[in-house]
Design a protein around this ligand. Structure first.
Ligand code: BDR
Ligand code: CA
Length: 312
């Protein structure tokens, strides 16, 4: 089996944590490194949380780098109201022993893309796109070396979660998102339209806990924690498990469907800042620049996730 080389760019976040665990449990993926960015919580916590999760998975060999502490031009907006003070509220996990790598995440991205064969590295952003945009600006030669970007962000039918019209990751750094969506790199977008169908219902949460392993317990406690917020907000049966849809897509793309369309980012309007203007119905002649997913086989996704987590 050939493995796909990926770099996970992330702001853990309980759902980021599950996405990382799924990647580390899957032989289809080779994680070259994890780059942390400010998002759900400040950078000091996201880089620490990334290391906590690597240690939970027993993968102290994964290099973790700290990246941008703030969006390209705007002040940082965080989401402790969803993820708790630490970003990983829920389980009590030990502080990491493995060290943070020296150097900036952006330089790791540039160095790695230059060192690997062209078209063999996929970037998986699970937070604001600041690190990726910064790398593209600093080293334009790496843009054509990226195989694909598979990112969690945006929404069309689901419209928004942090504002009425914007999804959190895109809203936090719309300028960065604009750079990435205009880069010409093949992009697959996992928007809220998909992740709001991947709900951690009680039976699905019970299945994590029933694994009877430290990873299963931690994932059950993490999803329990952020569930309270979404249950109150949406009145749904469980919380959307956003970021693991990215890693699941890489492992089993057949679980998802979507359309290749044009997606533009709103960067100026105060009212709709960070909106992903997705031409789902093909009503413009703008050139398609992204595969925008719209649906997921939720049962298949949770079966895959639970089966993989059992391996850790
Ligand atoms: C996204 O925002 C964060 O809160 C989650 O980790 C996910 O990446 C969902 O809008
Ligand atoms: Ca995230």
């Amino acid at each position: 089996m050939s493995t796909r080389k990926i770099i996970i760019d992330t702001d853990p976040g309980q759902d980021d944590a599950v996405a990382i665990l799924l990647a580390l449990a899957s032989p289809e993926l080779e994680v070259l490194g994890i780059t942390a960015v400010a998002g759900n919580v400040p950078l000091a916590l996201t880089q620490k949380n990334a290391r906590i999760i690597c240690e939970l998975a027993g993968r102290v060999d994964i290099p973790v780098y700290a990246g941008c502490a703030a969006p390209l031009t705007r002040a940082l907006v965080t989401a402790e109201h969803v993820h708790g003070k630490t970003g990983l509220d829920g389980p009590q996990l030990p502080d990491p022993v493995m060290s943070l790598q020296d150097g900036h995440a952006v330089d790791f991205l540039i160095r790695t893309l230059r060192a690997q064969e062209t078209g063999t590295v996929t970037l998986c952003p699970l937070g604001p796109l600041t690190n990726i945009a910064m790398a593209f600006q600093k080293a334009p030669d790496i843009v054509e070396r990226v195989q694909e970007i598979v990112l969690m962000g945006g929404a069309y039918f689901a419209v928004g979660n942090i504002t009425p019209t914007a999804e959190f990751n895109i809203y936090v750094d719309p300028q960065a998102a604009d750079i990435v969506f205009k880069s010409g790199v093949p992009i697959t977008v996992v928007p809220l339209d998909v992740t709001h169908k991947a709900l951690v219902t009680k039976p699905r949460n019970d299945a994590f806990r029933a694994l009877g392993t430290p990873v299963g317990q931690a994932v059950a406690m993490m999803t329990d924690f952020f569930e309270r917020f979404d249950r109150e907000k949406y009145g749904s049966l469980g919380a959307p498990l956003h970021d693991p849809c990215v890693t699941a897509y890489l492992i089993r793309p057949g679980l998802f469907t979507g359309r290749h369309i044009n997606v533009e980012i709103e960067t100026t309007s105060e009212l709709t800042l960070g909106m992903t203007v997705a031409d789902w119905w093909g009503v413009t002649d703008r050139t398609p620049n992204a595969t925008f997913l719209g649906d997921v086989d939720a049962d298949g996704f949770f079966t895959l996730l639970t089966e993989r987590l059992a391996r850790l």
